[in-house]
Design a protein around this ligand. Structure first.
Ligand SMILES: Cc1cc2nc3c(=O)[nH]c(=O)nc-3n(C[C@H](O)[C@H](O)[C@H](O)COP(=O)(O)OP(=O)(O)OC[C@H]3O[C@@H](n4cnc5c(N)ncnc54)[C@H](O)[C@@H]3O)c2cc1C
Length: 535
């Protein structure tokens, strides 16, 4: 079977939904969107508190492992990634953050014209429908709903009280002129339900836009080329192998691990490395899969008898049932919690220009990404390093498109990252030791007796893992032999092929990566539409 569309978008995640949704606004432009997963429109996705059912693996999640990490005592890390429409925005923690303005100015200073903060702010605003904040920095009426939490958890106020006690600045809005300080996060939700990228850009139009064609359970296996031009995609759906053709462009939006994987499977990458798997080179592009950057993260955990936290105990389970009933009645209460309700951005040294650590304070105690459930209720606090010096890579383990890619984030590969995380650990401890939060702690699960710098270093190497923000593996750049796409997101040396997802970020931004990836999708659609107008 062969179908033809103007654009074929491979991957319906944050970037793919935004670009496919915007391009299909024009009824004269036909767009096909493929995703290997399902529709992701049922209660498991829409109920915020159900994220715990997806995080640990299995449901709507590719649940990748990393290769053993020398910086983490040889441990294998975990890399959850969303599978299905919405992609990782369908399983994420819904924190609405854009990063620091300096991050985008840095992209521009690397030669990426059109990507400074002033350039990208209109796209953040265009995507946004913020129910609470407005003015210079916020948008209304966009597809991505953003609001405050409806969990009504009193510990949000306790967190702010502890921040004041420990003399941290309080910040009301992390997405305005500055970022530094602690506070409560806004979330990508509407009326207490998760608002994935699919919910904003794709689900409402699946019946009504005849020019938008969506295929789920469609696993792309390779990009089809005629010479140096991408002309379509081969995919498998059930037992069938199918092809879909693109009149104008193939847009790769399969995320930071699978966009480079699909390029390599299709013959675009380091040709010598591809030859080892018997893959014929279409174009030698050695940067594909390089430059992987991700936020290394440590989680403090405390058991607590206070009646505000999720967890496995008789009272905890009773609270969940009560919460479900309340959610069904009024879309409020604990089931609307994104778990990581509070946090903020801090500088571990006063001479830093921008915050270098981010905190996520969680209304549950989570060990090993929720993969090791334990009896009891409690809370936790993540601290992650925002701009790690350790960079890693992604490569093919095999030419089989169903085999997961090899993923090496190289966490704590550079000693400087460990030093910065030791400082971040101490700063977070200062907050957790403030009387308001201390009063909630029954026992310290991971850091009891950890006092000296040597103890902290050892603890970090023992527990650090991702906080789910891998980027950079199809880096945008010019005059850079490791760049994969140009500032228009077109793959260097090829025609009819763009990458539109988190993999194009040349450097990791200081914050969560969903809103920035949606911004990338918005900007890509805008660039494509203006090229179409010009032709
Ligand atoms: C557990 C978790 C929590 C997070 N929490 C937050 C948060 O609170 N706030 C925030 O801002 N960010 C958060 N993030 C990060 C954020 O969600 C991601 O950075 C963002 O969604 C990435 O978008 P993307 O378009 O690059 O890729 P994705 O959204 O991952 O989309 C890639 C899509 O491509 C599909 N795909 C892959 N390979 C193929 C193939 N071969 N054929 C067809 N389809 C394919 C996948 O199924 C997927 O749907 C979190 C991420 C995770 C995993």
């Amino acid at each position: 079977m062969s179908d033809i569309f103007d654009f074929v978008v491979v991957g319906g995640g944050s970037g793919g939904c935004a670009v496919a949704g915007r391009l299909s606004e024009d009824p004269k432009t036909s767009v096909a969107l493929l995703d290997a997963g399902g529709r992701c429109d049922n209660w498991v996705v829409t109920t915020p508190g159900a994220l715990v059912l997806m995080l640990a693996g299995g449901v709507n999640n590719w649940a990748f492992d990393t290769v053993p990490q020398p910086g983490l005592q040889g441990r294998i890390g975990y890399q959850p990634r969303g599978k299905g429409l919405g992609g990782s925005s369908a399983i994420n923690a819904m924190v609405y953050i854009r990063g620091h303005r300096r991050d985008y100015d840095q992209w521009a200073s690397l030669g990426n014209a059109g990507w400074s903060y002033a350039d990208v702010l209109p796209y953040f605003k265009r995507s946004e429908d913020n129910s609470e904040l407005g003015g210079e920095y916020h948008g209304k009426g966009g597809p991505l709903r953003v609001s405050g939490s409806r969990s009504d958890n009193p510990v949000r106020e306790t967190f702010l009280q502890a921040a004041r006690e420990a003399q941290f600045r309080i910040r009301e809005d992390f997405n305005a002129e500055d970022q530094e300080g602690l506070g409560t996060y806004q979330v990508t939700q509407h009326d207490g339900e998760r608002w994935s990228a699919a919910r904003g850009y794709i689900h409402p139009y699946m019946g009504s836009r005849t020019n938008l064609h969506v295929e789920t359970k469609a696993h792309a296996t390779r990009i089809l080329f005629e010479g140096k031009r991408a002309v379509g995609v081969e995919y498998r759906q059930g037992k069938e192998t199918k092809q879909i053709r693109a009149r104008r462009e193939v847009i790769l939006s399969s995320g930071a691990f699978q966009s480079p994987q699909l390029l390599m499977l299709s013959g675009v990458g380091d040709s010598a490395a591809l030859a080892k798997h018997g893959i014929a080179s279409v174009h030698h592009l050695p940067g594909v899969g390089q430059n992987l950057q991700d936020h290394p993260d440590f989680v403090f955990g405390f058991t607590s008898d206070a009646p505000y936290f999720a967890g496995l105990s008789l009272s905890g389970i009773a609270r969940i049932f009560k919460g479900i009933a309340q959610y069904r009645r009024e879309r409020r209460g604990p089931m609307t919690s994104n778990i990581a309700e509070c946090g903020g951005f801090l500088k571990t040294r006063p001479d830093l220009d921008v915050p270098d650590i981010q905190l996520h304070f969680c209304m549950a105690m989570v060990a090993d990404h929720g993969r090791k459930p334990s009896w009891g209720t409690g809370f936790s606090c993540h601290v992650c390093l925002l701009r790690p010096k350790s960079h890693g890579s992604v490569w093919l383990q095999s030419a089989d498109p169903y085999s997961p890619p090899a993923i090496d984030p190289n966490f704590l590969g550079e000693e400087a990252d460990l030093d910065a995380m030791v400082a971040g650990f101490k700063m977070t401890k200062r907050l957790l030791d403030a009387p308001a939060l201390k009063a909630l702690q029954t026992s310290d699960v991971f850091t009891a007796g950890v006092e000296s710098d040597a103890d902290i270093r050892q603890t970090l190497r023992q527990y650090v893992d991702t906080v789910y923000h891998p980027v950079g593996t199809c880096k945008m750049g010019v005059n850079d032999p490791t760049a994969v796409v140009d500032p228009k997101l077109k793959v260097h040396g090829l025609e009819g092929l763009r990458v539109v997802d988190a993999s194009i970020m040349p450097t990791l931004i200081g914050g969560n990566t969903n809103a920035p990836t949606i911004m990338i999708g918005e900007k890509a659609a805008d660039m494509i539409r203006s090229e179409m107008r010009a032709n």
